[in-house]
Design a protein around this ligand. Structure first.
Ligand code: FAD
Length: 466
């Protein structure tokens, strides 16, 4: 990640402490950004030269009921804490991101999606109740049927309306801790769309794209389709539900400590190296029309990047940005074909490209569309620094023209006017009105908020040497 800043950090343990911080800042001036695990890729969790409130010490699981599948957690409880707590009872979080490190409040502030985003929607759709402290000092209790407008606004509002103190989520019952995964090799983007269309009713569906490929093979990749295994399909269902059965292997090929993996990848962290890695990965998948099937633990399937500790060091020293655009189904193939071509024309093919199917949801600042998303990792180095903004800006024009949306958890370069154009007018104005009501002194701010809502600057890490 290329964004960084200096700020004053305050760790909070309780609602009372946070109320006092809100009160002091109201009197003294300045602004606060809330922070969870810091897993957002861009500038959502930073607040240059201002205050950052670390919510991770509020990390208790307040209640868990295996009868109903309802869990109530404090803001700083992580996705990892949740699954470890419930799996032996036969439950799993309904939506998880590609890493288990996010806090539940941070995940709801961005309204995360998983590899099951078409089937299960976003995490916010599985929330039963929230307690939110707003800067005036009031605590608002809300849920789909209680203060519903505020509920649908606060989820996905990037922490700008109030601090989520606790959340009650409905978890998903599972019979085993394993999924059956079928991998399909898709020789171009059109075939990737075909495989997605054929498997759209499957619980999990995710595509990886070799963004270096061109010509007839442009957009080639691998699609993974997965479903939960039933108890009668595995030899010892109870054993697969033990947290230990979800641990990611500690060694590569049983020999090298996984902490070494980023060092092994580092020499390939350039265009030639990544072209090679992408080509090898593509060819390593032998499943074509009929697909190739294997079994994996839920942990290994969902949290692949956690398998490579410090994977982001591969991008040192400049770091990287991620850009994820969401495009309605009718235009997605055309927009993503042009996006990949643009990246090649700029000489900056993304080192990693991930493709997903999405659906709409009822949240105010939703990034959900009935369509597809493409997430791209761009390395920031001497070749790309500065020019990356021209590239992402061109991509953003394609997305906005197609009626698409952006995901601020994975954005660092979107301009305020393009963000505004991507949202329905009523969403943008309702959010501004609600912000003025709940936070009249604009105490809650982040670098992302200033960039997207006030035309503030991009992080210097993208523009110049850090
Ligand atoms: C390897 C990796 C894979 C990922 N995969 C996915 C994926 O598959 N799908 C996906 O959707 N995302 C994915 N993400 C992004 C990540 O899930 C989100 O950015 C998530 O919001 C991070 O949570 P966090 O606790 O780290 O929050 P932070 O990044 O610290 O903060 C995120 C936002 O939450 C706000 N916030 C924090 N605490 C509170 C609070 N108590 N109340 C209100 N607002 C608060 C912050 O102000 C900020 O705006 C991935 C990230 C990584 C690093």
């Amino acid at each position: 990640m290329a964004c960084s800043s200096r700020s004053w950090n305050v760790a909070i343990q309780s609602e009372e402490q946070l109320s006092k911080v809100f009160e002091s800042v109201s009197k003294a001036g300045g602004c606060i950004n809330l922070r969870g695990s810091g897993a957002s890729y861009g500038d959502a969790n930073i607040n240059t030269n201002q205050i950052v409130v670390d919510c991770t010490p509020m990390n208790e699981i307040e209640s868990w009921d295996p009868e109903t599948g309802l869990i109530r957690v404090q803001a700083g409880v992580t996705v990892e804490q949740v699954w470890r707590h419930v799996i032996a009872d036969g439950y799993w979080p309904p939506v998880v991101s590609g890493t288990m490190t996010p806090t539940i409040a941070g995940a709801l502030a961005m309204n995360i999606h998983g590899k099951n985003c078409y089937a299960a929607g976003t995490l916010g759709e599985h929330v039963v109740a929230l307690r939110v402290l707003v800067p005036s000092g009031d605590v608002i209790e809300c849920g789909p049927d209680k203060n519903g407008d505020f509920f649908r606004a606060v989820i996905g509002s990037y922490g700008m309306l109030g601090c989520i103190l606790s959340a009650t989520l409905r978890l998903k019952p599972i019979q085993t801790g394993q999924v059956e995964v079928t991998a399909y090799r898709t020789p171009n983007l059109a075939q990737m769309f075909d495989v997605f269309a054929k498997n759209v009713e499957q619980p999990y569906l995710v595509g990886w794209i070799d963004a270096f490929a061109k010509g007839d093979g442009a957009g080639r990749g691998i699609v993974h389709v997965a479903r939960h295994l039933r108890a009668d399909e595995v030899s010892n269902a109870a054993a697969t539900l033990q947290p230990s059965a979800q641990e990611l292997p500690g060694r590569l090929f049983g020999i090298l400590p996984k902490s070494w993996m980023w060092r092994l990848l580092k020499p390939f962290s350039n265009r030639a190296g990544m072209r090679l890695i992408n080509a090898v990965k593509y060819r390593s998948c032998s499943g074509r029309a009929e697909g190739k099937t294997h079994r994996e633990s839920l942990g290994a399937f969902n949290f692949l990047l956690d398998f490579v500790p410090n994977w982001r060091f591969v991008y040192r020293p400049g770091g990287f940005i991620q850009h994820q655009s969401f495009v309605p189904a009718d235009h997605a193939q055309e927009v993503f074909t042009q996006t990949l071509a643009l990246a090649r024309q700029y000489g900056m093919p993304p080192y990693l490209a991930v493709f997903k199917r999405h659906r709409t949801d009822a949240f105010l600042l939703s990034h959900g569309v009935d369509g597809y998303s493409l997430a791209l990792d761009f390395a920031i180095n001497n070749r790309s620094r500065g020019r990356i903004i021209d590239l992402t800006s061109e991509i953003d024009q394609l997305v906005v023209s197609a009626g698409g949306r952006f995901y601020p958890a994975k954005d660092a370069t979107l301009h305020a006017e393009d963000y505004r154009r991507s949202l329905p007018d009523h969403s943008y104005t309702s959010f501004k009105t609600l912000k003025a009501q709940t936070d009249p002194h604009n105490i809650l701010q982040s670098d992302l908020y200033r960039r997207l809502f006030q035309g503030g600057p991009m992080n210097p890490g993208i523009l110049q040497d850090g």
